[in-house]
Design a protein around this ligand. Structure first.
Ligand SMILES: Cc1cc2nc3c(=O)[nH]c(=O)nc-3n(C[C@H](O)[C@H](O)[C@H](O)COP(=O)(O)OP(=O)(O)OC[C@H]3O[C@@H](n4cnc5c(N)ncnc54)[C@H](O)[C@@H]3O)c2cc1C
Ligand code: SF4
Length: 488
């Protein structure tokens, strides 16, 4: 432990955000970073508890948090980096956009504010880049086996990075123009600047990972073709089938899925072409976002930057409590009201509102009709049941409606039938404990098999899939270490 009395001497501090009036004028990152003395003080708050719940039950990657905190407090950045990279391939992503379940299970959080773990993680990796400690580290020995990874989101990147470090030859295929999956095309620039994604991809390329972009596997390239050229394949194609709203008027122009809207803006900022006839823009419009989660919040921030006249967000579920709900006691991830940086930029939020229909004129949406709902758990039932409140009908002016109600599972893809893959609820791909599907040698990782989740879970699952692939290839003994060659 860096400083035994630190948790009593210092309160939790966060670096904060750029002022709203500045940040809404551009798409640059909104969150600030700690100066070095600030981060040392925050690391000193770690109590190095006997049972570090942050590490064991909070962080899906099982990041060894108390150890980094000690190294950071003493200024041992190289040691902190080594501990961090032992469990997390991409701390520069999680340090920026992880909702930090670790902080929900920090022991200090029982009666005080938890340690600012996510910010410390970010400080370690960014300081390491600044100090030149993060350099390409190609494997010392190359193995003979080749692995194809389909999808370059965080799961695919974690599979590729982990296997490449173990000496396998890895090719990542993706249908998009650039690598990163939702990190690149879903999450807005103001939460995760794309230079951060570029920096990691460049590092992976320098370490020997090949990226083949603009290839729709299953369409442009068959899985059978890949099977003939690779010793194992890992499917990491995400779960991007959006949940739709089948109510009257859904066919009107001006109603779009959130991911289509966010992808366009990220493409625009990257200088990629966007068909002007299909452009989805919020400038001068009254925007209604349907869905109160993170994707909806990303739409809010984007619409505000595009110059929307007003942005409102409705959610069918009730408003969460202001403090941790009794249903999620410590050390569980708290069910609590969350306010994103985008919400603070000028959005009106409403809960327990169900959409009944869309109204329009000349084929374009002009308004959304809703009714308020109540949620109550009937005696003997386990889950609450929704009931419409009589006479609570409302009409919301809207010329742009963004549907952000989550994802139902992987998008339809020919490969699933081509390969005869077993699927589960929502079409997610079944896998065993080593991430292997019912077809030997075909593995799956990330949202495609877990359902829509988090970046940190995608990385964890990618690491697990890589371990499964290595064990599978070892068991087949194709070439193993004996077939390896020294890297120059
Ligand atoms: C708008 C939005 C914001 C989010 N914000 C956060 C956040 O702040 N924090 C957080 O932790 N999580 C967030 N998430 C969730 C997180 O981004 C996902 O859980 C994570 O990206 C899943 O990773 P993945 O690698 O499984 O899939 P994806 O990131 O979806 O990547 C799948 C990749 O597969 C490619 N692909 C698909 N089919 C094919 C094919 N046939 N051939 C070739 N390539 C193919 C796609 O082009 C894509 O690049 C957010 C999600 C969304 C939608
Ligand atoms: S990856 Fe997320 S959960 Fe794990 S230590 Fe970092 S912020 Fe916490």
């Amino acid at each position: 432990m860096g400083k035994p009395t630190g948790f009593m001497e210092y309160g939790r501090k966060e670096p904060g955000y750029r002022p709203v009036q500045d940040r809404v004028r551009d798409y640059r990152a909104v969150e600030l970073r700690f100066a070095e003395d600030g981060i040392t003080e925050q690391a000193a708050r770690c109590m190095d508890c006997g049972t570090p719940f942050c590490h064991g039950c909070g962080c899906p990657l099982q990041n060894v948090i108390p150890e980094w905190n000690d190294h950071v407090y003493h200024g041992r950045w190289r040691d902190a980096l080594e501990v961090l990279l032992a469990t997390n391939n991409f701390p520069e992503f999680t340090g920026r956009i992880c909702p930090a379940p670790c902080e929900g299970s920090c022991v200090l959080g029982i009666n005080r504010e938890p340690v600012t773990i996510r910010q410390i993680e970010l400080a370690i990796i960014e300081r390491a880049f600044e100090l030149g400690l993060v350099k390409p580290r190609p494997p010392a020995v190359r193995r003979g086996e080749r692995v194809a990874v389909i999808g370059s989101g965080p799961a695919g990147l974690a599979v590729a990075d982990t296997l490449n470090r173990r000496g396998f030859r890895v090719v990542v295929y993706d249908s998009a123009a650039r690598a990163g999956g939702i990190l690149r095309y879903g999450i807005p620039e103001f939460k995760l600047e794309k230079v951060i994604v570029d920096r990691r991809i460049a590092l992976m390329e320098a370490e020997g990972v090949d990226f083949e972009m603009g290839v729709r596997v299953g369409e442009d390239l068959s899985y059978h073709y890949l099977r003939g050229r690779f010793d194992a394949i890992c499917l990491c194609a995400g779960a991007r089938q959006p949940r739709d709203l089948a109510v009257p008027g859904r066919e009107l122009a001006g109603i779009h899925f959130a991911m289509d809207y966010l992808t366009q803006q990220n493409r625009r900022l990257a200088g990629e072409s966007v068909d002007p006839d299909r452009a989805i823009l919020a400038d001068g419009k009254s925007v209604l976002v349907i869905g109160g989660g993170d994707t909806g919040s990303d739409c809010v921030g984007t619409a505000i930057r595009q110059g929307a006249v007003q942005v409102k967000q409705v959610e069918i579920l009730p408003q969460p409590p202001p403090v941790r709900s009794e249903s999620t006691p410590w050390p569980m991830w708290p069910y609590v009201m969350r306010i994103s940086s985008s919400h603070k930029e000028g959005c009106e939020r409403h809960w327990a509102v169900a959409t009944k229909k869309f109204k329009g004129a000349n084929g374009r949406v002009t308004a959304v009709c809703t009714v308020d709902v109540e949620w109550a758990t009937p005696t003997g039932a386990v889950r609450p049941v929704m009931r419409e409140v009589p006479g609570s009908d409302r009409e919301w002016k809207a010329d742009l409606v963004l549907l952000a109600m989550g994802f139902t599972g992987p998008k339809p893809n020919r490969m699933i039938a081509d390969l005869g893959l077993r699927t589960g609820t929502g079409g997610v791909i079944w896998r065993d404990a080593a991430n292997m599907t019912n077809v030997p040698g075909i593995f799956v990782s990330g949202d495609m098999s877990m359902g829509a989740s988090l970046v940190v879970r995608a990385i964890r699952d990618g690491r697990q899939a890589a371990a499964g692939i290595e064990a599978y290839l070892d068991s087949r003994g194709i070439s193993g270490e004996s077939g390896g060659e020294e890297c120059s």
